[in-house]
Design a protein around this ligand. Structure first.
Ligand SMILES: Nc1ncnc2c1ncn2[C@@H]1O[C@H](COP(=O)(O)OP(=O)(O)OP(=O)(O)O)[C@@H](O)[C@H]1O
Ligand SMILES: [Mg+2]
Length: 143
């Protein structure tokens, strides 16, 4: 599968939406896009946390949502006092937050720690789900 993004970036309102093939190389490209967006939006203070959250969610979509031929969709949006990130994939299997003492499961625990809120919702009008996270503009605002 090609490692390039499939479609040109779409700016939706103030947000940025893009679809990617399920290639690990696209995690890096999506990170670059998020970094640029955060700079544009004056949200550079949460860049480190936001990039970790995006990496974990997108890596999960690449590794765990193995639906042949289906793409991953990322959405970034500045909202109120923070940033909303969503990663959609075509698998109906839901993420499982693993216990602290589990061998794996570091990724979602990190997402939970770095975000103010995170969650999963079904995709409107499509198969699969969106895993989303909201990060407050000041990291002290984490819950
Ligand atoms: N997008 C997804 N689609 C389907 N299952 C998922 C998805 N994201 C996570 N999961 C499930 O939730 C589990 C926990 O995810 P988590 O990211 O915490 O750990 P991991 O990916 O297994 O390991 P790592 O510590 O490397 O992230 C995964 O093992 C997988 O079973
Ligand atoms: Mg993971």
């Amino acid at each position: 599968m090609s490692s390039v993004a499939l479609l040109p970036r779409k700016d939706v309102g103030a947000g940025r939406v893009r679809q990617w093939s399920r290639s690990p190389a696209n995690v890096g490209l999506a990170r670059r896009e998020l970094r640029e967006a955060l700079a544009d939006w004056g949200l550079g203070t949460i860049e480190d946390d936001a990039l970790v959250v995006l990496s974990e969610l997108m890596t999960n979509a690449v590794l765990h949502a193995k639906v042949p031929g289906r793409v991953i969709k990322t959405s970034f949006r500045p909202v109120g006092c923070g940033l909303w990130i969503s990663v959609e994939d075509a698998s109906a299997v839901r993420p499982q937050l693993r216990a602290e003492d589990a061998a794996g499961g570091r990724g979602l625990r990190l997402v939970a720690r770095l975000s103010y809120r995170w969650g999963v919702r079904e995709r409107v009008g499509g198969v699969g789900k969106a895993v989303w996270a909201f990060l407050k503009a000041s990291p002290e605002g984490r819950s």
